[in-house]
Design a protein around this ligand. Sequence first.
Ligand code: MSP
Length: 524
Amino acid sequence: MSKFYYLTTAIDYVNGRPHLGHAYEKVITDIIARAKRSLGKPAFYLTGLDEHGQKVDQSAQKSGKQTQLYCDELAVCWKALVDKLNLDIDDFVRTTEQRHIRVVQAAINKLNEHEHFYKAEYRGYYSTKEETFLTDRDMREDGTFDPAYGEVTELVEENYYFRLSRHQDWLIDYIEKNPGFIEPQIRRNEVLGFLKNNELEDLCVSRPASRLRWGIPIPFDPEYVTYVWFDALLNYISVPAAHNDPVILEALNLSPVEGVSKKELWPADVQVIGKDILKFHTVYWPIMLKAMEIPMPRQVLVHGWWQKEGRKMSKTTGNIVDPIEVVEDWGEDAFRYYIVRELAIGPDGNWTDSGFAARYHAELANGLGNLVNRSLSMLNRYRKGVVPNVSNELAGDVTKTVEEVAGLLEENKLQPALLSIWSLITRANQYVDSTMPFKLAKDPAQGARLDEVLYNLAETCRILAVLVWPFIPRTADKIYEQLGLNSEPNKTSEAVWGGLPEGHKAGRPAPLFPRRDVKSDRSK
Ligand code: MSP
C-alpha cells in the first residue's frame, strides 16, 4: 500500500454560516485533490470544523443553546456545503469527536513527558475574539487596543506554557532549506522576517476550566482545558490516527482502531490555509510536530482573502457572498469556475456580481458551452450523431494543452491551468469559424472535409471534458454523457487523441450553461 496524497484545509469555527472565503478554500483544495486523482495519484482530502474555545461557546450562549447542541445544529449546514460545492472529501472532522480528543490528549501527554511544558502565572490582557493573550506592547498610546481584538479583559491566572524559543533556530533553518515548504514565496519571506526579527514567546496552551469549560481537558490536570488553537491544529494528525496511520500511531504510542484498515497519510502533502492564520501553521504547528518527533508537512499553501465589491465581507453590513445562494442560483460549477479563474492562489481577490455574470456568459456559456453545443449539434444534424473516422488536425494543439495542463496541475497552479484550457476552447471555437462546417454541409463534394472537421470537434470536446473535470466535474460528466460515453472523464490518461472511435453514436446536446438575462439577475 502506498501513501496517499494527503490534503487538508483549515477547519472552520462553527460560530456562523459559511461564506465565500470558507467556500473558496474548500474548492481550491478539492480541485487539487481531484487533479491528483486524475493524474493517477490516490488522494485523501480532509476538512472539518473547529468547535471548541470561547468564541464558539459565547456564540452558543448568545443563541441560548447548549454548546454541543449549537455545534451539532450548525455542523449540518457546514456539511451540506460539502455537497453543495461537490467536494469529494474523504473525511470530515469535528474537534468535539472522541477520535480527535483521544489524539489531543495523547499529544499533550507526550509533550509534557518530554518537558516541553511548564506552569507559570500570567498577568495581562485577553482578547476573546482572537482567542489570544495581549501584552503592554499590543496596547496603543491611549491605553486601548485595536478594535480588531474586540473586547479585551485584564487577567491574572496560572497556565501551562509550551517552550517555543528553543526551536526558533531550527525552524529558521528548516524554512530556509526547504523553499517549497511555504508557498507562495511572499508568505515564506513574511514568516522568515518574523522569525529573524522577534524572539518567540512561549505559547500558552491551557485555559483554566473555571473560566472556560468548553475545551478538551488537559489529561494530567483536570482544572485546565486545552487552548483552542493547540487542539484545532492537531486535527491534521488526529484523523490519520483514526485511519490507523502508522507514523502517527507510533509517534503518539496509540493503539490501532479495531476494524479500520491502515492508511498512510502523514506527512500531509499540502495544507491549504488563508493568510490570516499563517503564523499558527508555519510557526506553532511545525514546532509542535518537531517536539512530538513527527515529520513536517510537505507544504503549507497560503491563499489570499476575498472582499465583495471592494469592501470587507461582514455579516453586520450584509456585504456577504453566500456560496449556497450563488450555487442555487447559478449552479456549483459556475461558482467553482469563477473563484478559481478570478483569483490565483496567493493574492487577495474581489468578488463582483457583474464580474461573475460576465465570466459566466463570456467564458462558460459562449466559450465552453457554445463549443460543445455546436460541435454536437452539427454532428447530430449532418451525421446523425455518428462519429466519423479519426482525423488529426487539432491533435497537436490538444496534446500540447494536455501536457501543459498536467504539468501545471502537478504544481497546483490552478489558474494558469484554467487559462491554458480556455485558450484551447478559444482555438476550437475559431476552428469552427474558419472551417465553416455549416457551409461544407451544403456542398456534397465536401463530405470528407466535413467528416474531418466534425471528428476534430467531437474529440476536442471529449478531451476538454477530461481537462476541466477537476475544476467543474459535473459539467465534465455532462459533456461525456452528451457524447454518449459511459465512462467518466476523471483520468488524465484518457486525454489521448483518437480515443473517440469511428462509428460511435453520440447523444444529443443540451446547453451546459444556459444564457441568462443579466438585468433580472441584478434585480434579485
Ligand atoms: N478555526 C480556525 C482555523 C483552525 S485550522 C487548525 C479559523 N477558522 S475561520 O473559520 O475563521 O477561517 C477558516 C478559513 O477560512 C481560514 O483559512 C481563513 O483564512 C479562511 N477565510 C475566512 N474568511 C476569508 C475571506 N474573506 N477570504 C478568504 N478566506 C477567508 O481560522
